[in-house]
Each structure stands twice: as C-alpha cells, then as structure tokens.
Design a protein around this ligand. Structure first.
Ligand SMILES: NC(=O)c1ccc[n+]([C@@H]2O[C@H](COP(=O)([O-])OP(=O)(O)OC[C@H]3O[C@@H](n4cnc5c(N)ncnc54)[C@H](OP(=O)(O)O)[C@@H]3O)[C@@H](O)[C@H]2O)c1
Length: 343
C-alpha cells in the first residue's frame, strides 16, 4: 500500500510506478526547496513528489511487486560517529526506516549497538573502509574538531556526505569547511528535539538544516535529499535556514530556555499539593534541562556568538523587574511613613 504524503491522485502514482525505473527517483517533501532536476529521469518534465511507502504492502497488490525495488532505492548506508545519548536516539529511527546503520565512538558500545541493529566499529579505519554514503557526526560540540581530525578521511569514498547534528550551527559549518576535502558534501542540521521530547515520535518537531555544500550531480543532490527525507518522513517541521540565522534564533530561545531551567534548578523547586499549571511547567523545564549534560549547556554558550548578549539581556531584564518592584515598595512605605508622621 502506498501512503501519499502530498495528496497525489492515484493516477499520478500509477504513472510514476509504471515509469522506467530510476535509482534516485524520489523527490523530497513538498516543503523542501529541492531542485526538480535532481531526481527527474531524463525526458521527464515535472518533479516527482514525495511518496511514503509502508511495509504493509499486500502481495496481491500490483503496486507491491514494484515496492521492493523502490524500497532499495531509498535506503542509505549511514555511519554515526559519536554513539552517545543522541547518536543512539537517531540510530533507532534510521534502523526503523530500514537504513543500514554503522557506528563508531571512543567508548565501546558494541552491545548497545547490537541491540539496536547497528554495526559497531571500534576502529574508525574499519568504519571508513565500509564506505558509508553518509557520515553523521553526533559528538559533543567541544570535541567536534578533534574527532573530525582523527577520522581517516582518505579511506572514504571521494564524495561522502558529511552531516552534523550539533545544537550550534555556525561553528560546525566552519569546521567542516575547513577540514573536509572540497569533493565532500556538507549538510549542517539541528534536530531541535532529543530523547526526552522526541520519545513519542517526531511529528511536528522542528528540524533545521542548511545545505552548505552539495555537489551539482543528481546522485549527490539525491543522497542529501534522501537523508533529509528521513526526518520529513517522521513528520518533522523542516526549516531550511542558514547556520548563522539558526544561531541568532537559538541564542534567544534555546540558550535562554536552558539558562532559566538551570537557574530555577539552583532554587531546588519542589512540587506542592497546590501546584498551578504555570508552576508545573517550570518544574518540567527544570527536569528537561537537567537531563542534558553540562558540557552541552556550556557549549551552547561558548560556541554561539550571540549567547553572551542574550545572557546580558536576561540579567538586565531581571534587574529591571526587581527595581520596578522595589521602587514601588519604597513609594508605598514612604507614603505610610510620612502620612503617619503628619497624624
Ligand atoms: N541531547 C539532545 O537532546 C540533542 C539534541 C539535538 C542535538 N544534539 C547534539 O548531539 C550531539 C551529541 O549530544 P549528546 O546528547 O549525545 O551529548 P554530548 O555530551 O553533547 O555528546 C556525547 C557524545 O560525544 C562524544 N564525545 C564527548 N567527548 C569526546 C571526546 N573528547 N572525544 C570523542 N568523542 C567525545 C561521546 O562519545 P562517547 O559516548 O563514546 O564517550 C558521545 O558520543 C551534540 O553535539 C549535541 O549538541 C543533542
């Protein structure tokens, strides 16, 4: 059975299925800025819309006979470098969608990987010799540069796609552009959710990306879009923007959220028998932000050029609110003081 994401008529789909087979004949979802030439086989005048394929096809369904062919053409070999909390979280969905997933990390995660259906490599040379089509860097922000420098890039295929998922964007973009050979493709992304907020699925959750450098060949454009398709397929809200723009927004939202969560955490807030909804959301904020490592929080500050300005604005806003309260209090006290003296 085919599930059509972009409201295609069944005749359009049948036309597509009857079309000559083409290995990269899927286009990215309608929300993407995908160029049509990337996927359209020669002599096809229009862009192919995104088609979601379910694994529930019935053998009697004629469309299902073409299904395995289509399935193969959409599967990627993805290597995750940095197989900690977030790397494992991503791997689950990659595997679930049928992609071949491999991993490398400084810690030996062989057992965890096996349970997730991921092949774990203790040596980055062995991983690179597997020639993954996509390498997803999911290490801590602070270790990004050293990890990338330690990878034996010469063992990879010449035009491997490198993806990062760091919570800051301008920094990895610069590092990738500096350290990766010019024939490698670069996609900078930030899935704006994690194991906590994304535990019940990714529907409606924001995914930010910038196609920093993608070679002008249809296979390379197709591979990049196939990777993005993983998130679109799960229902993510796909937002294409520059890394610099992301960091400006994130300093005013994500960094402030983490900072307020950590400040409130210092107060040691406790649930009471008379919690309001507002207070419960504060408790939730503390719980969510404390789940992330301090390394991650510190990196949101250090590696986002806009963070210090936001911290200063937060401090000034707090002072301003405090002064407003205190000055009003002084006025009331003064009135009481002078009135009582008059009497
Ligand atoms: N957690 C989230 O909700 C979330 C959401 C979106 C994006 N991200 C991004 O995803 C990335 C991973 O985040 P995380 O939550 O897993 O926690 P993290 O503390 O930011 O990173 C942990 C990962 O970094 C690796 N690592 C740390 N120091 C290293 C070093 N010196 N050398 C080599 N590897 C090192 C760890 O490897 P070992 O485990 O092998 O030690 C582990 O794979 C970060 O860049 C973060 O910004 C996280």
């Amino acid at each position: 059975m085919l599930n059509l994401k972009s409201g295609l008529s069944s005749s359009t789909v049948k036309g597509f299925l009857a079309a000559p087979k083409h290995p990269t004949s899927f286009a990215y979802s309608a929300r993407s800025s995908l160029s049509c030439q990337a996927f359209a086989p020669p002599r096809r005048p229009h862009c192919r819309p995104f088609i979601r394929i379910r694994a529930t096809a019935q053998p009697s369904d004629p469309e299902a006979q073409i299904h395995p062919q289509l399935e193969r053409s959409t599967k990627l070999k993805i290597a995750i470098v940095g197989f900690g909390n977030f790397g494992q979280f991503l791997a689950k969905t990659f595997v679930h969608q049928g992609h071949v997933v491999q991993a490398f990390s400084r810690t030996d995660y062989s057992e965890t990987a096996r349970n997730l259906g991921v092949s774990f490599f203790k040596d980055p040379h062995d991983l690179c010799e597997e020639h993954p089509e996509v390498i997803v860097l999911s290490t801590s922000i602070t270790s990004t540069e050293s990890v990338l420098e330690s990878l034996p890039l010469q063992r990879l295929k010449r035009n491997t796609l490198f993806v990062d998922v760091l919570s800051v964007k301008e920094f990895p973009k610069k590092v990738f552009l500096k350290l990766l050979p010019p024939e490698f493709d670069i996609l900078c992304t930030h899935p704006m959710f994690g194991p906590e907020s994304g535990k019940d699925g990714w529907e409606g959750l924001t995914f930010v990306y910038e196609k920093v450098r993608v070679g002008n060949h249809r296979d390379r454009i197709g591979r990049c879009d196939q990777f993005l398709q993983i998130f679109a397929h799960e229902g993510c809200d796909m937002k294409e923007m520059s890394c610099e723009e992301h960091d400006r927004y994130a300093a005013g939202s994500q960094f402030i959220t983490h900072t307020v969560g950590r400040v409130l955490g210092k107060l040691g807030l406790q649930a009471t028998p008379i919690n309001t909804k507002g207070y419960e959301s504060l408790l939730k904020l503390v719980e969510n932000t404390q789940g992330d490592s301090y390394d991650l929080y510190y990196a949101l500050f250090l590696y986002n050029l806009n963070a210090i300005e936001e911290l200063e604005k937060l401090e000034m806003a707090f002072e301003s609110v405090k002064n407003q309260l205190l000055s009003q209090l002084h006025e009331v006290l003064r009135k009481q003081l002078f009135n009582s003296e008059d009497e």
